[in-house]
Design a protein around this ligand. Structure first.
Ligand code: SF4
Length: 292
């Protein structure tokens, strides 16, 4: 059976080294549309595997460990979004990729951190409900000031990125005054305001490559450091606490086990309701249409 392995930039080095493609959520979704292997192994967290399944409903999509679930995505339920939407009937709903398939099915369009500003700018509506990351919503609002961006739920955030405080960053910068500061837009707005560059994981990697940056203080999950060091030779300083426990559940050993298994154990197989698949597919394809 032909198998294709996808891995997110936050995965452990041994997992990244086993993958056919490593990337951010947008790159993985783009790649997932082109795969023609019988089986796809998605090394990341639950919502990433769901997007891959949506784009490959007839292929077997498997994960190395079914417990890898995004803490931020888990906190928002479809029912809550449906009710909130009713209070803002004139607003479009933009779902960050870090949401469950059921939540995406309630939205008008999906976005990733690489294209959130572009997606929101391209919509005809002036009012946007943005779920579930309040920090990314604030970043979008800053760059699309002519629209009203309403974050939902209240206090929605990624625990890993939200844990980076301005004082943590100031301290690291004082220890490394020669470093360029790059952060992910899931970080708090005050942290983003201190950075030389704000972008998705792959945009950070491209920034280091293009600008030939020799040293960075990096405000995102530490897994990206491996790829940046390996591909650009940039020295990377990461705050010690920026580790997403869910992203680290997958290991090279677990990926190997999945690759060697004749039959994938049921909990590792990604299954979605066909109605949800078709609704999510529309929301994902709308993102591709708006950002073409
Ligand atoms: S880093 Fe944050 S947003 Fe990404 S999977 Fe972990 S908890 Fe979710």
């Amino acid at each position: 059976m032909e198998t294709f392995v996808l891995a997110h930039n936050y995965q452990r080095p041994d997992v990244q080294l086993m993958a056919d493609t490593v990337g951010d959520s947008l790159e993985l979704a783009l790649e997932a549309r082109e795969i023609d292997a019988d089986r796809i192994v998605m090394c990341g967290v639950d919502f990433m595997a769901e997007v891959v399944k949506t784009l490959n409903p007839d292929r077997e999509v498997v994960v190395p460990d079914h417990r890898a679930a995004c803490g931020m995505a888990m906190r928002l339920r479809a029912k809550e979004l449906r009710e909130f939407r009713r209070e803002h009937p004139d607003a479009a709903v933009v779902a960050y990729v870090n949401t469950s398939a059921e939540v995406k099915a309630e939205a008008d369009v999906m976005c990733t951190s690489a294209n959130a500003v572009e997606v929101v700018s391209s919509l005809p509506e002036d009012k946007i409900i943005f779920v579930p990351d309040g920090n990314l919503a604030a970043w979008v609002q800053k760059h699309v000031p002519d629209k009203e961006v309403i974050p939902f739920p209240e206090h929605g955030c990624c625990p890993t990125h939200h844990s980076l405080s301005p004082s943590d960053l100031r301290e690291l910068c004082s220890q490394h005054p020669d470093a360029t500061v790059v952060v992910h837009p899931e970080c708090p707005p005050e942290v983003c305001a201190m950075a030389d560059f704000v972008g998705s994981t792959s945009q950070i990697l491209q920034y280091c490559e293009k600008k030939d940056v020799s040293k960075i203080v990096m405000g995102t999950e530490e897994g990206l450091a491996f790829r940046i060091r390996r591909e650009t030779g940039t020295e990377v300083i990461v705050p010690g606490h920026m580790v997403c426990p869910d992203m680290k559940i997958n290991t090279g050993e677990k990926v190997e086990r999945v690759l060697e298994a004749r039959h994938t154990p049921e909990p590792l197989r990604v299954e979605l309701d066909p109605d949800i698949i078709s609704q999510v597919e529309e929301v994902v394809e709308e993102m591709f249409r708006l950002t073409r």
